[in-house]
Unconditional design. Structure first.
Length: 226
């Protein structure tokens, strides 16, 4: 696959410590990198700009789902054929990007799953297991890790999975839409990395996600999560 067709989209909120390194690593494997600064109050914006990539700013913090959608919309508008979504907090290793790109030759969407280890908090492991079971029952998509945001998809797939949720529910909404559209998917393992300032899905987020998935399934519409 030609490298020039692939864009990396990085939603970022107060990630001044890690953002430069993530941009530089990701940039080795894709043609374009776009960072969406989701209302950061630190130096995320200026550091990202100094790295020489496109930076889109949300004036206020709208949530990961909103930030990633802004970045994906921009990438598609500017000619991206494939998109890799990667977090800005160093939980994802950009050196894994070629493994995602390779799978895009045969699949519409590539999910990742974090290898089980003692580093993943027990409550998150249980929550992830529960959400994965519910996703499988409701949408017929069998994944080991529904909440890992390191993903890749084609432009055409994005148009079918484009989500409404502005928060962490977007990761599950993406899966629900992929299931409804019967997109061809695959999952690959990635290393489990948790920093001291882990900002992923909380217990409350998990409850909202389960509620949303049931609503999406039985009402036929995707509930906008604000």
């Amino acid at each position: 696959m030609a490298k020039k067709k692939v864009w990396a989209v990085i939603p970022a909120y107060n990630e001044e410590r890690e953002i430069f390194g993530i941009i530089k690593k990701a940039g080795k494997y894709v043609d374009k990198v776009v960072v969406v600064d989701d209302g950061s109050k630190d130096l995320t914006n200026s550091i990202a700009r100094a790295a020489g990539v496109v930076v889109i700013c949300h004036i206020i913090n709208l949530g990961k789902g909103a930030a990633l959608k802004t970045g994906c919309d921009f990438a598609v508008k500017k000619g991206a054929e494939y998109i890799v979504s990667i977090d800005a907090d160093a939980q994802h290793n950009p050196d894994d990007i070629p493994r995602f790109i390779e799978k895009l030759d045969k699949y519409d969407i590539v999910f990742s799953y974090r290898k089980l280890s003692g580093k993943m908090p027990l409550v998150l492991r249980f929550g992830n297991w529960l959400i994965s079971r519910i996703v499988s029952m409701l949408y017929g998509v069998s994944l080991k890790d529904t909440q890992s945001g390191f993903r890749a998809f084609s432009k055409n797939a994005y148009k079918k999975i484009r989500w409404n949720a502005s928060d962490y529910s977007m990761e599950s909404e993406m899966i629900s839409r992929a299931g409804k559209q019967r997109l061809k998917y695959v999952q690959i393992p990635i290393q489990t990395v948790y920093s001291d300032k882990y900002k992923g899905t909380t217990v409350i987020d998990g409850i909202k996600i389960v509620f949303n998935m049931i609503i999406w399934k039985f009402t036929g519409k995707n509930r906008n999560s604000h």
